[in-house]
Design a protein around this ligand. Structure first.
Ligand code: ATP
Length: 668
């Protein structure tokens, strides 16, 4: 929805007496965003803030966008602040009148370092007004902190943090502190930021741009001339373009530079799939039942592949032969897999000059048998020496997104797969293609599915080979795309896991957000634990169930140590971004920090749990019945968990499945 607030806003009317944008301008926007749950308002606030900076201070758009995205650089650059509560406490105690005991008590009350620092600092009056912070000063200081290494690093970091804290005023301290511990908590997520950025650049160009440039650089939207319909459609297509661009080239350094210098519609000509820059991977959609898959594919051949239980790896090779390997979350894992880097020249046939490949890295034993994911997680995370590798791995390649200088994203899976098979060579136990069949025969695919689970895989992936025109129940034509769609979870990649037969289709990835003191045998531990799914639109964690099974005693003990006051993981009050009914009152609330995989018997409509509220029933949410803990998902962050949208979809799948079962029984 486009709000008139952004169309009526004119940054040139703002009185602007600043050489550089004050940091307060950003933190005031954060504060506004924090106070609303309306996504329209959040987009408005961010768009208008960005429009102002684009117009008055274009050089600072980039640091603003980095601070807004709660990071300093793209994930694959591995730039980390590395500031923990210790550095923070030291710095806060030395710039305020509070000692560490007082800070800890504030922390126990608020559970948020931003709030603690705000309380500690706001009461202090400094004799001399400090020089106001600017956005670029804050960003550059944070970059300097991230570069510090070696002995004495804690003291050096503390000094720089102190310098920033001293200059903070009002709300600045809250958000600066949250930025320092990399948890901004403003509920404005990647998609929202991208929408705001696209809108801002459609409507504004830098003030200093000279008239001749303006002719070459027409604004995408002309608020005075375009009709509301035109404005909406132009904004929508620019937002989609920016999302598409970010999915292929997730680096604001390139994107913002390009937007400042070129009309937005040329964005993909400049920032697109590039060797060395990881694209956001395409993801699989859950399906409950193979019959559904065949119904949708209308008898066309599908590519069915084993779904291996390992770690996703995006392998890039540049023209100079250099190899980089990225994780599903775009971190650079090259140092973790020198054994993969080593085999790359051997897997390339003579005519390969560059590529980007998608595959799953799976741990194997000395007999070449597949090992489970846990085994793989025993590998050291960084800079493994080839000679010290104790967990051998095999890469199972399943896609090729770039080949010899050409993007293959728009090619069909059939074309991509054929190029993969024709140009790369297997190496026993080190590199292979995923086991696959091409089929449209349900019997055959059922048998393939069974084989995959017997082989130690999680199930199968069923993928569209060539575009399929499909007509849905209400006779609307839809296309199942065979292209590689970065960052999307589409029906053209369906995952069928072994649990679907008797369970709810898939496990859920959830975050523990609270717990009760255990009783009886469990008196020393937390039990049950309150779990939540994630609502990316609202930026909230929505309570979904209480879980008290599947845990070992050892797990309970470790959990009690981890979720403790000493570790700073206990909140005494519910956070504003926890959507949990007042009827559910755990003894303690947890800082969202860990992802758990859970399975359940089924998903039911619930009058008290708020997960996916409004998506299935207007007032009621969804809950998972008989939840059972499976494992901790170390490969996921708290915003990568099951979303309320996915949960609702699982609910509808389950309902369809039951209807089908019922029909079969009646027919029989
Ligand atoms: P899950 O929780 O099921 O592992 P996920 O949320 O991690 O799923 P999904 O996109 O839902 O990720 O499932 C696809 C994942 O399965 C991929 O990210 C990849 O790591 C893995 N995988 C294994 N084999 C294949 C294959 N043949 N094709 C695509 N992905 C595969």
């Amino acid at each position: 929805s486009v709000d008139k607030n952004i169309l009526e806003f004119d940054p040139s009317q703002i009185e602007w007496n600043f050489h550089k944008t004050p940091y307060q301008f950003l933190t005031n926007t954060f504060s506004l965003v924090d106070k609303t749950k309306s996504r329209i308002k959040i987009v408005d606030y961010l768009t208008n803030m960005l429009r102002t900076i684009i117009y008055h201070d274009p050089e600072n758009v980039l640091p603003t966008v980095w601070l807004l995205s709660n990071s300093l650089a793209p994930p694959y650059e591995g730039i980390e602040l590395g500031i923990g509560s210790q550095v923070l406490m030291k710095a806060i105690t030395s710039v305020t009148a509070c000692n560490s005991k007082t800070l800890k008590s504030y922390y126990n009350q608020h559970g948020d370092w931003g709030d603690v620092a705000y309380m500690a600092k706001v009461s202090i009056r400094t004799l001399m007004e400090p020089k106001p912070l600017t956005i670029d000063f804050v960003y550059n200081t944070l970059r300097s902190i991230s570069r510090l290494k070696g002995s004495g690093v804690v003291n050096q970091k503390t000094e720089l943090v102190k310098k920033l804290l001293i200059s903070c005023n009002g709300e600045e301290i809250r958000y600066l502190t949250r930025t320092l511990i990399q948890n901004l908590r403003i509920g404005a997520l990647r998609t929202t930021c991208l929408i705001a950025l696209a809108r801002a650049f459609c409507l504004t160009r830098p003030r200093g741009m000279i008239a001749s440039d303006e002719r070459d650089f027409p604004l995408n939207v002309d608020v005075k001339r375009d009709s509301m319909e035109t404005i909406k459609s132009k904004l929508r297509s620019s937002e989609n373009l920016l999302k598409e661009c970010y999915a292929q080239f997730p680096n604001y350094n390139g994107i913002v530079k390009c937007l400042l210098e070129n009309p937005i519609d040329t964005l993909l000509d400049i920032c697109h799939l590039t060797v060395g820059v990881p694209l956001r991977p395409m993801l699989g959609k859950i399906t409950q039942d193979l019959a559904q898959v065949f119904k949708k594919s209308e008898g066309k051949l599908l590519n069915c592949e084993y779904k291996y239980d390992g770690q996703r790896a995006q392998i890039h090779m540049d023209q100079d032969g250099s190899v980089t390997i990225f994780s599903r979350h775009l971190e650079n894992m090259t140092g973790k897999f020198p054994d993969i880097v080593q085999i790359i020249p051997r897997i390339c046939s003579d005519n390969v000059t560059s590529f980007i490949m998608d595959g799953e890295v799976v741990a194997i034993n000395s007999d070449g048998q597949l090992q489970n994911f846990q085994k793989l997680s025993n590998r050291t995370k960084k800079n493994v020496e080839l000679s010290k590798i104790s967990v051998p791995v095999c890469v199972f390649a399943f896609d090729l997104m770039y080949f010899n200088g050409q993007s293959l994203l728009k090619s069909s899976l059939r074309q991509r797969r054929d190029l993969l098979h024709d140009n790369f060579v297997k190496i026993d136990g080190r590199f292979d293609f995923v086991t696959q069949i091409e089929s449209s025969d349900p019997e055959e695919v059922h048998a393939f599915f069974k084989n995959s689970t017997e082989f130690g895989c999680e199930g199968i992936m069923v993928k569209v080979l060539d575009d399929i025109q499909s007509s849905s129940e209400n006779r609307q034509r839809t296309t199942l795309l065979a292209s590689y769609e970065p960052d999307k979870r589409l029906e053209s990649w369906l995952k069928v896991k072994k649990d679907y037969i008797n369970g709810i289709g898939d496990s859920l990835d959830v975050v523990p957000i609270g717990a009760w003191h255990g009783n009886g045998r469990k008196a020393r531990w937390w039990s049950p634990v309150l779990l939540a799914v994630y609502n990316p639109d609202a930026g909230t964690f929505e309570g979904v169930c209480k879980c008290m099974s599947g845990f070992s005693d050892q797990f309970y003990t470790e959990m009690k140590l981890n979720y403790s006051k000493e570790n700073g993981n206990i909140l005494e009050t519910k956070k504003s971004y926890f959507d949990v009914d007042d009827a559910i009152r755990p003894d303690v609330w947890f800082e969202p920090q860990e992802v758990w995989e859970v399975k359940g018997a089924d998903i039911t409509i619930s009058p008290i749990y708020r997960a996916a509220v409004g998506k299935v029933d207007y007032n009621k949410g969804l809950s998972l019945r008989f939840p059972r803990f499976v494992r901790v998902r170390e490969d996921k962050s708290v915003v990568d968990i099951t979303t309320s949208e996915q949960l609702a979809e699982m609910f509808f799948n389950q309902a369809n499945e039951r209807k089908m079962e019922k029909n079969t029984i009646i027919k029989d």
